[in-house]
Design a protein around this ligand. Structure first.
Ligand SMILES: [Cu+2]
Length: 493
Protein backbone atom coordinates (compact mmCIF):
# COMPACT_ATOMS: atom_id res chain seq x y z
CA UNK A 1 0.00 0.00 0.00
CA UNK A 2 1.28 3.46 -0.75
CA UNK A 3 1.16 6.19 1.79
CA UNK A 4 -0.67 9.28 0.68
CA UNK A 5 0.56 12.72 1.50
CA UNK A 6 0.36 13.45 5.20
CA UNK A 7 0.25 16.66 7.16
CA UNK A 8 3.49 17.14 9.09
CA UNK A 9 1.84 16.90 12.50
CA UNK A 10 0.71 13.35 11.97
CA UNK A 11 3.36 12.23 9.54
CA UNK A 12 5.28 10.61 12.35
CA UNK A 13 2.47 8.16 12.89
CA UNK A 14 2.04 7.16 9.31
CA UNK A 15 4.30 4.32 8.52
CA UNK A 16 7.61 6.02 8.09
CA UNK A 17 8.72 3.08 10.14
CA UNK A 18 11.87 4.95 11.16
CA UNK A 19 11.68 3.97 14.79
CA UNK A 20 11.06 0.37 13.92
CA UNK A 21 13.42 -0.42 11.10
CA UNK A 22 15.91 -2.03 13.45
CA UNK A 23 13.46 -4.71 14.42
CA UNK A 24 12.84 -7.31 11.79
CA UNK A 25 9.86 -9.55 12.05
CA UNK A 26 12.00 -12.51 13.05
CA UNK A 27 13.78 -10.36 15.63
CA UNK A 28 10.49 -9.59 17.26
CA UNK A 29 9.66 -13.26 17.61
CA UNK A 30 13.08 -13.81 19.11
CA UNK A 31 12.49 -11.54 22.09
CA UNK A 32 9.20 -13.03 23.17
CA UNK A 33 8.78 -14.09 26.73
CA UNK A 34 7.00 -17.29 27.57
CA UNK A 35 3.29 -16.96 27.98
CA UNK A 36 1.03 -17.84 30.83
CA UNK A 37 -1.21 -19.96 28.60
CA UNK A 38 -4.36 -19.08 30.44
CA UNK A 39 -6.54 -20.01 27.54
CA UNK A 40 -8.38 -17.86 25.05
CA UNK A 41 -7.51 -14.25 25.72
CA UNK A 42 -6.35 -14.98 29.24
CA UNK A 43 -8.25 -15.36 32.48
CA UNK A 44 -11.02 -12.90 33.22
CA UNK A 45 -10.50 -13.37 36.96
CA UNK A 46 -10.65 -10.02 38.74
CA UNK A 47 -12.21 -8.35 35.72
CA UNK A 48 -15.73 -7.18 35.02
CA UNK A 49 -17.71 -9.97 33.40
CA UNK A 50 -20.67 -9.60 31.02
CA UNK A 51 -23.18 -10.57 33.70
CA UNK A 52 -21.89 -8.23 36.41
CA UNK A 53 -24.40 -5.71 37.76
CA UNK A 54 -22.34 -2.78 36.46
CA UNK A 55 -23.11 -3.77 32.85
CA UNK A 56 -26.86 -3.42 33.45
CA UNK A 57 -26.26 -0.19 35.41
CA UNK A 58 -24.35 1.37 32.53
CA UNK A 59 -27.10 0.29 30.13
CA UNK A 60 -29.77 1.90 32.35
CA UNK A 61 -27.76 5.14 32.33
CA UNK A 62 -28.02 5.21 28.52
CA UNK A 63 -31.59 6.39 29.03
CA UNK A 64 -35.12 5.15 28.49
CA UNK A 65 -35.61 4.18 24.84
CA UNK A 66 -38.40 5.94 22.99
CA UNK A 67 -38.94 2.98 20.71
CA UNK A 68 -38.14 -0.70 20.46
CA UNK A 69 -37.35 -2.12 17.02
CA UNK A 70 -37.84 -5.85 16.71
CA UNK A 71 -36.05 -7.97 14.13
CA UNK A 72 -35.44 -11.63 13.38
CA UNK A 73 -32.52 -13.26 11.58
CA UNK A 74 -31.95 -16.84 10.52
CA UNK A 75 -28.40 -17.90 9.71
CA UNK A 76 -28.60 -20.72 7.21
CA UNK A 77 -27.18 -22.45 4.19
CA UNK A 78 -28.24 -21.01 0.89
CA UNK A 79 -27.05 -20.49 -2.66
CA UNK A 80 -26.42 -17.21 -4.41
CA UNK A 81 -25.90 -16.23 -8.03
CA UNK A 82 -22.66 -14.49 -8.95
CA UNK A 83 -23.08 -13.34 -12.55
CA UNK A 84 -24.33 -16.78 -13.58
CA UNK A 85 -22.14 -18.87 -11.25
CA UNK A 86 -23.94 -20.54 -8.37
CA UNK A 87 -22.19 -20.42 -5.01
CA UNK A 88 -23.26 -22.43 -1.98
CA UNK A 89 -22.80 -20.31 1.11
CA UNK A 90 -24.11 -19.34 4.54
CA UNK A 91 -26.17 -16.18 4.91
CA UNK A 92 -28.79 -14.37 6.95
CA UNK A 93 -31.76 -15.53 4.90
CA UNK A 94 -31.29 -15.96 1.16
CA UNK A 95 -29.54 -12.71 0.29
CA UNK A 96 -26.00 -11.43 0.53
CA UNK A 97 -25.66 -9.02 2.22
CA UNK A 98 -28.40 -9.93 4.69
CA UNK A 99 -31.29 -7.60 5.46
CA UNK A 100 -30.50 -4.00 6.34
CA UNK A 101 -31.53 -3.28 9.92
CA UNK A 102 -32.43 0.28 10.79
CA UNK A 103 -33.23 2.14 14.01
CA UNK A 104 -32.84 5.60 15.53
CA UNK A 105 -30.19 6.57 18.04
CA UNK A 106 -31.41 5.80 21.56
CA UNK A 107 -33.74 3.02 20.40
CA UNK A 108 -33.75 -0.39 21.95
CA UNK A 109 -33.37 -3.12 19.38
CA UNK A 110 -34.15 -6.78 19.79
CA UNK A 111 -32.99 -9.35 17.28
CA UNK A 112 -34.15 -12.95 17.58
CA UNK A 113 -31.45 -15.07 15.95
CA UNK A 114 -31.96 -18.65 14.88
CA UNK A 115 -28.95 -20.71 13.87
CA UNK A 116 -29.67 -23.31 11.20
CA UNK A 117 -25.99 -23.62 10.30
CA UNK A 118 -23.95 -26.79 10.88
CA UNK A 119 -21.58 -24.78 13.13
CA UNK A 120 -22.19 -22.70 16.26
CA UNK A 121 -22.47 -18.99 15.59
CA UNK A 122 -23.09 -15.56 17.17
CA UNK A 123 -23.86 -12.04 16.00
CA UNK A 124 -21.50 -9.16 16.75
CA UNK A 125 -22.82 -5.60 16.33
CA UNK A 126 -19.71 -4.04 14.90
CA UNK A 127 -19.02 -0.52 16.17
CA UNK A 128 -22.01 -0.18 18.49
CA UNK A 129 -21.12 0.98 22.00
CA UNK A 130 -23.51 -1.50 23.53
CA UNK A 131 -23.85 -3.45 26.75
CA UNK A 132 -21.13 -6.05 27.07
CA UNK A 133 -23.40 -9.08 27.39
CA UNK A 134 -24.92 -8.40 23.94
CA UNK A 135 -21.61 -8.03 22.08
CA UNK A 136 -21.80 -11.48 20.52
CA UNK A 137 -18.43 -13.00 21.44
CA UNK A 138 -18.82 -16.69 22.41
CA UNK A 139 -16.70 -17.67 25.38
CA UNK A 140 -16.54 -14.06 26.51
CA UNK A 141 -19.97 -12.46 26.47
CA UNK A 142 -22.34 -15.36 25.78
CA UNK A 143 -22.55 -19.04 25.01
CA UNK A 144 -22.28 -19.71 21.30
CA UNK A 145 -25.64 -20.20 19.58
CA UNK A 146 -25.89 -23.95 19.02
CA UNK A 147 -25.79 -25.41 15.52
CA UNK A 148 -28.87 -26.89 13.85
CA UNK A 149 -31.57 -24.84 15.52
CA UNK A 150 -30.09 -22.90 18.45
CA UNK A 151 -31.53 -19.48 19.27
CA UNK A 152 -30.51 -16.31 21.06
CA UNK A 153 -32.18 -12.91 21.32
CA UNK A 154 -30.01 -9.83 21.32
CA UNK A 155 -31.50 -6.90 23.21
CA UNK A 156 -29.68 -3.60 23.64
CA UNK A 157 -29.82 0.19 23.33
CA UNK A 158 -28.11 1.74 20.30
CA UNK A 159 -26.73 4.97 21.76
CA UNK A 160 -25.04 6.51 18.71
CA UNK A 161 -26.20 7.28 15.18
CA UNK A 162 -24.13 6.04 12.29
CA UNK A 163 -23.20 3.41 9.73
CA UNK A 164 -22.53 -0.01 11.23
CA UNK A 165 -22.80 -3.66 10.26
CA UNK A 166 -23.14 -7.04 11.90
CA UNK A 167 -21.49 -10.41 11.43
CA UNK A 168 -20.64 -13.57 13.40
CA UNK A 169 -17.74 -13.62 15.85
CA UNK A 170 -16.95 -17.28 15.31
CA UNK A 171 -14.03 -18.57 13.26
CA UNK A 172 -13.91 -17.22 9.72
CA UNK A 173 -17.71 -17.22 9.25
CA UNK A 174 -17.55 -13.53 8.30
CA UNK A 175 -15.88 -14.60 5.05
CA UNK A 176 -19.06 -16.39 4.02
CA UNK A 177 -22.24 -14.44 3.29
CA UNK A 178 -22.97 -13.71 6.95
CA UNK A 179 -22.97 -9.91 7.07
CA UNK A 180 -25.42 -7.04 6.68
CA UNK A 181 -25.62 -3.29 7.27
CA UNK A 182 -27.01 -1.70 10.41
CA UNK A 183 -27.94 1.98 10.07
CA UNK A 184 -28.73 4.07 13.13
CA UNK A 185 -30.40 7.31 12.14
CA UNK A 186 -29.64 10.60 13.83
CA UNK A 187 -32.67 12.51 15.13
CA UNK A 188 -30.55 15.65 14.67
CA UNK A 189 -29.08 14.71 11.27
CA UNK A 190 -26.62 17.31 10.00
CA UNK A 191 -26.04 15.96 6.49
CA UNK A 192 -28.48 17.20 3.87
CA UNK A 193 -29.06 14.54 1.22
CA UNK A 194 -31.69 13.48 -1.29
CA UNK A 195 -30.75 9.83 -1.67
CA UNK A 196 -28.78 7.29 0.29
CA UNK A 197 -26.69 4.53 -1.22
CA UNK A 198 -25.52 1.82 1.16
CA UNK A 199 -22.47 0.19 -0.42
CA UNK A 200 -21.23 -3.02 1.19
CA UNK A 201 -17.91 -4.29 -0.14
CA UNK A 202 -16.86 -7.92 0.14
CA UNK A 203 -14.16 -10.28 -1.08
CA UNK A 204 -15.71 -13.56 -2.14
CA UNK A 205 -14.44 -17.11 -2.44
CA UNK A 206 -17.08 -19.22 -0.65
CA UNK A 207 -18.54 -21.91 -2.88
CA UNK A 208 -16.32 -20.80 -5.78
CA UNK A 209 -12.78 -21.48 -4.51
CA UNK A 210 -13.39 -23.85 -1.60
CA UNK A 211 -14.59 -22.21 1.59
CA UNK A 212 -13.06 -19.93 4.25
CA UNK A 213 -12.26 -22.75 6.70
CA UNK A 214 -10.30 -24.60 4.02
CA UNK A 215 -8.59 -21.34 3.06
CA UNK A 216 -7.43 -20.79 6.64
CA UNK A 217 -6.00 -24.32 6.70
CA UNK A 218 -4.15 -23.59 3.46
CA UNK A 219 -2.69 -20.37 4.87
CA UNK A 220 -1.52 -22.23 7.96
CA UNK A 221 -0.01 -25.03 5.89
CA UNK A 222 1.85 -22.63 3.62
CA UNK A 223 3.19 -20.55 6.51
CA UNK A 224 3.98 -16.91 6.13
CA UNK A 225 6.06 -17.28 2.99
CA UNK A 226 3.68 -15.01 1.16
CA UNK A 227 3.74 -12.32 3.80
CA UNK A 228 5.13 -9.10 2.48
CA UNK A 229 3.33 -9.40 -0.83
CA UNK A 230 0.73 -7.00 0.55
CA UNK A 231 -2.07 -9.51 0.52
CA UNK A 232 -2.56 -13.18 1.06
CA UNK A 233 -5.71 -14.29 -0.68
CA UNK A 234 -6.48 -13.68 -4.35
CA UNK A 235 -10.26 -13.80 -4.30
CA UNK A 236 -12.16 -14.76 -7.45
CA UNK A 237 -14.70 -11.96 -6.85
CA UNK A 238 -14.96 -8.57 -5.25
CA UNK A 239 -18.57 -7.58 -4.63
CA UNK A 240 -20.68 -4.48 -4.18
CA UNK A 241 -23.87 -5.44 -2.35
CA UNK A 242 -23.39 -9.09 -3.21
CA UNK A 243 -22.84 -8.56 -6.94
CA UNK A 244 -19.68 -9.01 -9.01
CA UNK A 245 -18.62 -6.53 -11.72
CA UNK A 246 -20.15 -8.64 -14.51
CA UNK A 247 -23.60 -8.18 -12.97
CA UNK A 248 -23.35 -4.84 -11.22
CA UNK A 249 -25.82 -3.03 -9.06
CA UNK A 250 -27.19 0.16 -10.64
CA UNK A 251 -28.10 2.98 -8.30
CA UNK A 252 -30.56 5.49 -9.77
CA UNK A 253 -30.57 9.18 -9.00
CA UNK A 254 -31.36 12.42 -10.81
CA UNK A 255 -28.70 14.89 -11.97
CA UNK A 256 -27.98 17.46 -9.27
CA UNK A 257 -29.22 15.30 -6.42
CA UNK A 258 -27.12 15.02 -3.28
CA UNK A 259 -26.27 11.40 -2.64
CA UNK A 260 -24.98 10.05 0.64
CA UNK A 261 -22.85 6.95 0.26
CA UNK A 262 -22.42 4.71 3.26
CA UNK A 263 -19.41 2.55 2.43
CA UNK A 264 -18.94 -0.57 4.57
CA UNK A 265 -15.97 -2.88 4.07
CA UNK A 266 -17.24 -6.32 5.10
CA UNK A 267 -14.27 -8.08 3.49
CA UNK A 268 -12.07 -10.52 5.33
CA UNK A 269 -8.70 -9.89 3.66
CA UNK A 270 -9.07 -6.91 1.33
CA UNK A 271 -8.35 -3.20 1.69
CA UNK A 272 -9.93 -1.11 -1.05
CA UNK A 273 -9.32 2.19 -2.76
CA UNK A 274 -12.75 3.60 -3.58
CA UNK A 275 -13.70 6.32 -6.06
CA UNK A 276 -16.77 7.45 -7.97
CA UNK A 277 -15.79 8.32 -11.53
CA UNK A 278 -16.36 11.98 -12.42
CA UNK A 279 -17.03 13.05 -8.84
CA UNK A 280 -15.31 14.49 -5.83
CA UNK A 281 -16.41 12.98 -2.54
CA UNK A 282 -16.86 14.70 0.78
CA UNK A 283 -16.08 12.58 3.82
CA UNK A 284 -18.59 13.43 6.54
CA UNK A 285 -18.37 10.46 8.94
CA UNK A 286 -15.91 7.73 9.81
CA UNK A 287 -17.21 4.64 11.62
CA UNK A 288 -20.50 6.44 12.20
CA UNK A 289 -19.03 9.54 13.83
CA UNK A 290 -18.86 12.99 12.18
CA UNK A 291 -15.44 14.12 10.97
CA UNK A 292 -14.32 17.55 9.91
CA UNK A 293 -15.76 17.42 6.37
CA UNK A 294 -13.00 16.87 3.84
CA UNK A 295 -13.10 16.58 0.06
CA UNK A 296 -11.21 13.87 -1.73
CA UNK A 297 -11.06 11.94 -4.98
CA UNK A 298 -10.72 8.56 -3.32
CA UNK A 299 -10.63 6.87 0.06
CA UNK A 300 -8.79 3.84 1.36
CA UNK A 301 -10.97 1.61 3.51
CA UNK A 302 -9.77 -1.32 5.59
CA UNK A 303 -11.81 -4.32 6.69
CA UNK A 304 -14.41 -3.33 9.29
CA UNK A 305 -14.11 0.40 8.53
CA UNK A 306 -17.03 2.56 7.35
CA UNK A 307 -17.03 5.91 5.57
CA UNK A 308 -19.97 8.20 4.93
CA UNK A 309 -19.40 10.26 1.80
CA UNK A 310 -21.56 12.79 0.05
CA UNK A 311 -21.54 14.20 -3.45
CA UNK A 312 -23.75 16.07 -5.87
CA UNK A 313 -24.24 13.79 -8.83
CA UNK A 314 -23.66 14.68 -12.46
CA UNK A 315 -25.57 13.69 -15.58
CA UNK A 316 -24.69 10.28 -17.00
CA UNK A 317 -23.63 6.81 -15.87
CA UNK A 318 -20.68 6.71 -13.50
CA UNK A 319 -18.59 3.84 -12.15
CA UNK A 320 -18.24 3.28 -8.43
CA UNK A 321 -14.98 1.35 -8.20
CA UNK A 322 -13.38 -0.31 -5.18
CA UNK A 323 -9.93 -1.41 -6.30
CA UNK A 324 -8.46 -4.23 -4.20
CA UNK A 325 -5.19 -2.81 -2.81
CA UNK A 326 -2.20 -5.01 -3.54
CA UNK A 327 -4.29 -7.43 -5.59
CA UNK A 328 -5.72 -7.49 -9.07
CA UNK A 329 -9.44 -7.12 -9.33
CA UNK A 330 -12.04 -4.68 -8.20
CA UNK A 331 -15.59 -4.29 -7.03
CA UNK A 332 -17.81 -2.24 -9.27
CA UNK A 333 -21.27 -0.70 -9.39
CA UNK A 334 -22.97 1.99 -11.47
CA UNK A 335 -24.50 5.29 -10.47
CA UNK A 336 -26.97 6.23 -13.18
CA UNK A 337 -28.71 9.58 -13.59
CA UNK A 338 -29.41 9.30 -17.31
CA UNK A 339 -31.27 6.48 -19.02
CA UNK A 340 -29.40 6.92 -22.28
CA UNK A 341 -25.79 7.10 -21.10
CA UNK A 342 -23.67 4.02 -21.80
CA UNK A 343 -22.52 2.14 -18.71
CA UNK A 344 -18.77 2.38 -18.13
CA UNK A 345 -16.86 -0.89 -18.64
CA UNK A 346 -16.61 -3.11 -15.58
CA UNK A 347 -12.81 -2.94 -15.51
CA UNK A 348 -12.67 0.86 -15.74
CA UNK A 349 -10.21 2.56 -13.41
CA UNK A 350 -11.33 6.15 -13.07
CA UNK A 351 -8.62 8.83 -12.77
CA UNK A 352 -9.90 9.66 -9.31
CA UNK A 353 -8.29 6.46 -8.00
CA UNK A 354 -4.83 7.93 -8.52
CA UNK A 355 -5.47 11.50 -7.41
CA UNK A 356 -5.92 12.70 -3.82
CA UNK A 357 -6.54 9.93 -1.35
CA UNK A 358 -7.81 10.04 2.21
CA UNK A 359 -7.51 7.32 4.79
CA UNK A 360 -8.10 7.07 8.51
CA UNK A 361 -4.99 8.81 9.89
CA UNK A 362 -5.46 11.80 7.57
CA UNK A 363 -8.95 12.64 8.81
CA UNK A 364 -9.56 15.30 11.43
CA UNK A 365 -12.21 15.35 14.11
CA UNK A 366 -14.76 18.13 14.32
CA UNK A 367 -16.46 19.39 17.49
CA UNK A 368 -18.51 16.26 17.81
CA UNK A 369 -17.60 14.11 20.80
CA UNK A 370 -19.39 10.82 21.47
CA UNK A 371 -21.33 10.88 24.72
CA UNK A 372 -19.16 10.09 27.72
CA UNK A 373 -15.94 10.81 25.81
CA UNK A 374 -15.52 14.47 26.77
CA UNK A 375 -12.21 13.80 28.54
CA UNK A 376 -10.73 11.61 25.80
CA UNK A 377 -8.23 14.32 24.84
CA UNK A 378 -6.90 14.75 28.39
CA UNK A 379 -3.56 13.43 29.53
CA UNK A 380 -3.72 9.65 29.46
CA UNK A 381 -3.96 7.76 32.74
CA UNK A 382 -2.74 4.60 31.07
CA UNK A 383 -0.84 3.81 27.90
CA UNK A 384 -1.08 0.43 26.22
CA UNK A 385 1.50 -0.18 23.52
CA UNK A 386 0.80 -3.03 21.16
CA UNK A 387 3.23 -4.36 18.60
CA UNK A 388 1.54 -6.11 15.71
CA UNK A 389 3.68 -8.90 14.37
CA UNK A 390 4.02 -12.27 12.78
CA UNK A 391 5.83 -15.31 14.14
CA UNK A 392 8.66 -15.98 11.75
CA UNK A 393 7.89 -18.46 9.01
CA UNK A 394 4.48 -19.43 10.31
CA UNK A 395 0.96 -18.16 9.73
CA UNK A 396 0.75 -16.97 13.33
CA UNK A 397 -0.16 -13.34 13.96
CA UNK A 398 0.60 -11.75 17.30
CA UNK A 399 0.12 -8.76 19.56
CA UNK A 400 3.22 -8.10 21.66
CA UNK A 401 4.51 -11.46 20.49
CA UNK A 402 1.55 -13.42 21.79
CA UNK A 403 -1.47 -15.05 20.21
CA UNK A 404 -4.98 -14.80 21.59
CA UNK A 405 -4.55 -18.16 23.30
CA UNK A 406 -1.31 -17.07 24.96
CA UNK A 407 -2.02 -13.49 25.94
CA UNK A 408 -3.28 -12.03 29.19
CA UNK A 409 -5.95 -9.33 28.89
CA UNK A 410 -5.04 -5.68 28.64
CA UNK A 411 -6.56 -4.25 31.81
CA UNK A 412 -8.04 -0.78 32.29
CA UNK A 413 -9.94 0.87 35.12
CA UNK A 414 -13.31 2.46 34.65
CA UNK A 415 -13.30 6.19 33.81
CA UNK A 416 -9.61 6.44 33.11
CA UNK A 417 -8.26 7.97 29.92
CA UNK A 418 -6.63 5.18 27.96
CA UNK A 419 -4.08 5.67 25.22
CA UNK A 420 -3.46 2.81 22.82
CA UNK A 421 -0.48 2.82 20.49
CA UNK A 422 -0.50 0.22 17.75
CA UNK A 423 2.90 -0.30 16.16
CA UNK A 424 2.84 -2.39 13.04
CA UNK A 425 6.03 -4.47 12.83
CA UNK A 426 4.84 -6.31 9.73
CA UNK A 427 4.58 -5.56 6.05
CA UNK A 428 0.84 -5.99 5.92
CA UNK A 429 -1.82 -3.48 6.89
CA UNK A 430 -3.85 -4.37 9.99
CA UNK A 431 -7.26 -2.77 10.54
CA UNK A 432 -7.42 -2.75 14.34
CA UNK A 433 -10.88 -2.96 15.87
CA UNK A 434 -11.90 -2.41 19.49
CA UNK A 435 -15.33 -3.65 20.53
CA UNK A 436 -17.73 -1.52 22.57
CA UNK A 437 -15.81 1.76 22.27
CA UNK A 438 -14.90 4.54 19.87
CA UNK A 439 -11.45 6.08 20.13
CA UNK A 440 -10.00 9.31 18.83
CA UNK A 441 -6.66 9.41 17.02
CA UNK A 442 -4.26 11.74 18.79
CA UNK A 443 -3.30 15.21 17.53
CA UNK A 444 -6.81 16.13 16.44
CA UNK A 445 -7.63 13.01 14.46
CA UNK A 446 -11.10 11.64 13.94
CA UNK A 447 -13.07 8.99 15.85
CA UNK A 448 -12.96 5.33 14.91
CA UNK A 449 -13.80 1.88 16.15
CA UNK A 450 -11.59 0.34 13.47
CA UNK A 451 -8.44 1.98 12.17
CA UNK A 452 -6.14 0.87 9.42
CA UNK A 453 -2.55 0.66 10.68
CA UNK A 454 -0.34 0.73 7.60
CA UNK A 455 2.63 -1.60 7.00
CA UNK A 456 5.40 -0.69 9.46
CA UNK A 457 3.26 2.25 10.55
CA UNK A 458 1.86 3.29 13.89
CA UNK A 459 -1.33 4.85 15.17
CA UNK A 460 -2.06 6.35 18.60
CA UNK A 461 -5.59 6.75 19.92
CA UNK A 462 -7.35 7.68 23.16
CA UNK A 463 -10.69 7.02 24.76
CA UNK A 464 -12.38 7.21 28.15
CA UNK A 465 -12.99 3.73 29.56
CA UNK A 466 -16.73 4.17 30.05
CA UNK A 467 -18.16 0.78 29.03
CA UNK A 468 -17.29 -1.94 31.56
CA UNK A 469 -17.00 -5.49 30.31
CA UNK A 470 -14.73 -7.94 28.54
CA UNK A 471 -14.05 -6.64 25.03
CA UNK A 472 -12.20 -7.97 22.04
CA UNK A 473 -9.45 -5.98 20.40
CA UNK A 474 -8.31 -7.55 17.16
CA UNK A 475 -7.21 -7.23 13.59
CA UNK A 476 -10.21 -7.22 11.27
CA UNK A 477 -8.37 -9.30 8.75
CA UNK A 478 -10.42 -12.27 9.90
CA UNK A 479 -7.65 -14.72 9.03
CA UNK A 480 -5.12 -12.75 11.08
CA UNK A 481 -7.58 -12.64 13.98
CA UNK A 482 -8.14 -16.39 13.80
CA UNK A 483 -4.39 -16.96 13.57
CA UNK A 484 -3.75 -15.10 16.82
CA UNK A 485 -4.02 -11.33 16.34
CA UNK A 486 -6.71 -10.84 18.94
CA UNK A 487 -6.73 -9.93 22.63
CA UNK A 488 -9.08 -9.02 25.44
CA UNK A 489 -9.44 -5.55 26.87
CA UNK A 490 -10.87 -5.98 30.35
CA UNK A 491 -12.04 -3.66 33.10
CA UNK A 492 -10.71 -4.15 36.62
CA UNK A 493 -13.64 -5.30 38.76
CU1 LIG B 1 -4.01 -8.08 10.48
Amino acid sequence: MTHPHATPSRRALLGGGLAFTGLGVAGLAGCMTSSTMDGDGGSLKGLVGPNDAVVAQVEAARGTPEATRTFALTARRTEIDLAGQRAATWAYGDTVPGPLLRATAGDRITVAVRNDLPQVTSVHWHGIRLRNDMDGVPGHTQEAIAADGGTFTYDFITPDPGTYFFHPHVGVQLDRGLYAPLIIDDPAESVDFDKEWVVVLDDWLDGIMGDPDTELETLRRNGSGMIGQGSEIAYPFYLVNGRPPADPETFQAAPGERVRLRIINASSDTVYRVALGGHRLKVTHKDGIPTLPKETDAIIIGMGERYDLSTTVGDGAFPLVAMAEGKSGQAYAVLRTSASAAAPPEDVQPDELTRGILWAPLLSGDDHVPRGQERAGDKADRTITIQLGVRGGRYVWTMNGKTFEEADPFVVSRDEVVRIIWQNMSHMPHPMHLHGHSFRLTDGGSWHDTVLVGPMGAVAAQFVADNPGAWMMHCHNIFHAEAGMMATLGYRA
